[in-house]
Design a protein around this ligand. Sequence first.
Ligand code: ZN
Length: 243
Amino acid sequence: MIRVMIYNEYLHEQTEEKIRAIYPDGIHGQLKKALAADDLQIRTVTLQDLPQGLSKEVLDETDVLLWWGHMGHQKVPDETVDLVKQAVLDGMGMVFLHSGHHSKPFRALMGTSGNLTWREDGDRALVWTITPSHPIAQGIGRFILIDHEETYGEPFVVPEPEETVFITNYSGGEVFRSGMTWKRGNGKIFYFQPGHESFPIYYHPDVIKVIRNAIHWANPVCRTEITCPHVKKPLEGNADETV
Ligand code: ZN
């Protein structure tokens, strides 16, 4: 059983009728419903619940954290960012969705601005699978067709990824590395672009399949802090020395 926590700031859905019509239970509610599976135990948390909703105790009981944020990035408490970053370094998996590229935890884990170019014209997006052997791409064909999506474009200011799984091209001409993986400490991180709030993208079966695959891929193999011990003697000639 993988313990999943979905963070959604839950602001657009409460303030804009058009967005609420698409996600009456919030983006987190739709993701929880669409991702439901026997091997996933899914909880949700919103900006209003912070910082208690993502306390150390809660994160200790989270194997993989999903993050959807946009207009409320700056309202996320710094103490939450520090706890999330440490949890990832210790092994918690993390999936950043769409505008999560500008969230405080993403920038803290990447060490870069997360900047990119963007347009909101409802372009057609083709999410091309460029690493079909990757676990996150299993069950996905050559591409995912998304009828309308916010356009993101390069340059996307992130460190060189461990692997690029998807690249999206938009009807306006832009290209964007839309699915990338990194490791930080013991933790695995996946960024996935689809999911602008004004289009029903989290109802798309292939988008959900990718996120579900990413949860399984990011599920920690081990969860332990990598510390910095001072080892006073060399191991050779001191076989009894275990620390
Ligand atoms: Zn957006």
